[in-house]
Design a protein around this ligand. Structure first.
Ligand SMILES: Cc1cc2nc3c(=O)[nH]c(=O)nc-3n(C[C@H](O)[C@H](O)[C@H](O)COP(=O)(O)OP(=O)(O)OC[C@H]3O[C@@H](n4cnc5c(N)ncnc54)[C@H](O)[C@@H]3O)c2cc1C
Length: 508
């Protein structure tokens, strides 16, 4: 019998949170093993080549989607025809819309700096804006402020720019307090609700950052903490020019590059290796039991980091090790889902400048249709920003429309939003429907692992170090971390590595 291999740390999951912690530990000289159930890194931030879907078939595609909490709600034409006619060939599809906050200049850049930079990954920046009553208002980006918004703010004496700048002067205790204050309440306090244009504009940005439709549930403290710590230091570095952007050739390229860094630091990664159990002895972790392509194996370590969304923790560790109140709280933390469609277009019917922007509307379907709140949309012609994701002469449209976890699983509400999207686009850009070659309607019920609501955001999430099992840690967008989804998972990975190593990496 061969003895089980021993590591300093084992990371369960190669999502962006798991890879961040693993790479930092390896860089600091730890012997690290990452175990990933899929054949590729990235987790919810993974990408698939359209050709690969047609080659491997619908069952394979559905399984990959399901492993990341996503399903195909509809398509046009039928998915079988889309694949048989190889309509997706030449496209790169992320699991749903996948923009990177500030084109990677948030916590992503802080992390990249910690591991010696990542120049090999291309990032394509985009400006964003929102439509309100037929007029386009541009988002604040770096020092740019839309003159129309500026004028309204000046004439009505509404300090709406506080949304962007107030955070920099706030002490941490005030940011902690504001975690439980909603965007709506904060905006009312500032008099921003006196202008529907200014309120809608900031609401559209608040939802972009939090993925929550209802302004009464968006945590203001989470946004402020993100602005102060992720963006603040970048203002002086002059790297904050874009609201968002896309990783070149799909979001997974970032994770693939991180895996190369990890290996360069001596770390190991095993794909198609699903952890079945975290082994615990005398309230201390001792290792993991894993299903690998070669059969079941055990790997030993005194430190195990779970990158699995925290609500699913008990799939790999017995809940008897945790107080019942803790387990119930973790299981009841809610995420936010999304309708995340793709469309292959044969021409662009909107002005070129708008095709290159991320465009938001705070209401594509009203609450009165049965939703928790008015449904918001943010869409891009991803290929206008990064041409590598569509074949020559074609265009890739991606969008995200936040839905609560419950709405994401409600067939009637999903059907309504799927039917509404082309009509909505046609209303703004006549001829849009005719430009669609194919449409694939994905829905995920866990875009955000834990919604950044006033009851759960930031410091209220699962701490990175388990208080109950020695050597057990958590990293990812459901553990302590801040800001937009991928950035939040990365921040949590950095916090987690700092906690394990007793080192301050600058994110706390
Ligand atoms: C449709 C969609 C759109 C999104 N859009 C954006 C966006 O525009 N911008 C943005 O910043 N973020 C976006 N996100 C969110 C972002 O992808 C996530 O917040 C982030 O990737 C979460 O990373 P994570 O490390 O926390 O977890 P995950 O990505 O969930 O990683 C967990 C990993 O663990 C693996 N795993 C699970 N169980 C096991 C096991 N037992 N054994 C081994 N491995 C296991 C999984 O396969 C996965 O790789 C989107 C997500 C979705 C689904």
């Amino acid at each position: 019998m061969t003895s089980a291999k021993k590591y300093d740390a084992i990371v369960i999951g190669a999502g962006v949170g798991g890879l961040s912690v693993a790479t930092l530990l390896a860089k600091e000289g730890k012997k690290v093993l990452v175990l990933e159930q899929l054949d590729r890194p990235g987790g919810r931030a993974l990408s698939i080549q359209g050709k690969e879907i047609a080659d491997k078939g619908l069952d394979w595609y559905k399984k990959v989607l399901a492993s990341q909490f996503t399903y195909i709600a509809d398509s046009d034409p039928a998915i079988e025809k889309i694949l048989a006619d190889r309509m997706l060939d030449g496209y790169t599809l992320d699991i749903g819309y996948h923009a990177i906050s500030a084109n990677g200049a948030g916590y992503m850049l802080d992390f990249e700096d910690l591991i010696g930079g990542l120049p090999e990954v291309a990032k394509h920046g985009a400006m964003y804006g929102n439509y309100f009553k037929g007029t386009l208002y541009r988002d604040v980006a770096g020092t740019f402020v839309d003159p129309q918004l500026k004028k309204i703010g000046k004439e009505m004496k509404i300090p709406f720019l506080s949304f962007y700048y107030e955070a920099y002067g706030l002490p941490e205790e005030e940011i902690d307090r504001l975690e439980k204050v909603s965007f709506q309440e904060w905006a009312e306090g500032k008099g921003i609700t006196k202008s529907d244009i200014l309120f809608d504009h900031l609401h559209s940005v608040g939802t972009l950052f939090s993925t929550i439709n209802d302004p009464k549930d968006i945590s203001m403290g989470d946004i402020f903490r993100y602005f102060k710590h992720a963006f603040g230091p970048k203002l002086t570095r002059n790297v904050l020019g874009f609201v968002g952007g896309f990783v070149g050739n799909g979001t997974m390229e970032w994770s693939k590059a991180i895996v190369e860094k990890l290996k360069g630091f001596g770390g190991e990664i095993l794909y198609k290796s699903r952890v079945l159990e975290i082994k615990v002895d005398d309230a201390k972790v001792t290792g993991v039991r894993v299903e690998t392509p070669d059969g079941e194996e055990t790997f030993l370590a005194d430190t195990v980091i779970s990158n699995i969304p925290a609500q699913h923790t008990f799939k790999v560790i017995d809940r008897k090790y945790f107080p019942e109140a803790w387990s119930t709280k973790v299981e009841s933390m809610y995420g936010y889902g999304s309708y995340a469609p793709y469309m292959g277009l044969n021409k662009l019917v909107m002005p070129e400048e708008e095709a290159k922007m991320g465009l938001k509307n705070t209401c594509i379907l009203p609450k009165s249709e049965g939703y928790d709140y008015d449904v918001y949309i943010c869409w891009n012609i991803q290929s206008a920003v990064d041409p590598s994701v569509a074949p020559a002469g074609k265009y890739l449209y991606t969008a995200y429309l936040p839905l609560t976890e419950k709405e994401s699983r409600n067939p009637e509400l999903v059907k309504k939003i799927v039917a509404r999207l082309p009509e909505f686009m046609e209303e703004i850009y006549p001829g849009f429907k005719e430009s669609i070659d194919w449409k694939l309607d994905l829905v995920c019920w866990k875009l955000e692992g834990v919604a950044k609501s006033i009851n759960q955001a930031g410091t209220q999430k699962v701490p990175v170090r388990s208080e109950h099992v020695k050597g057990l840690f958590f990293a990812g967008d459901t553990a302590k971390g801040y800001g937009v989804a991928m950035d939040c998972a990365i921040a949590s990975g950095v916090i987690c590595a700092g906690e394990i190593l007793g080192k301050d990496f600058g994110i706390r």
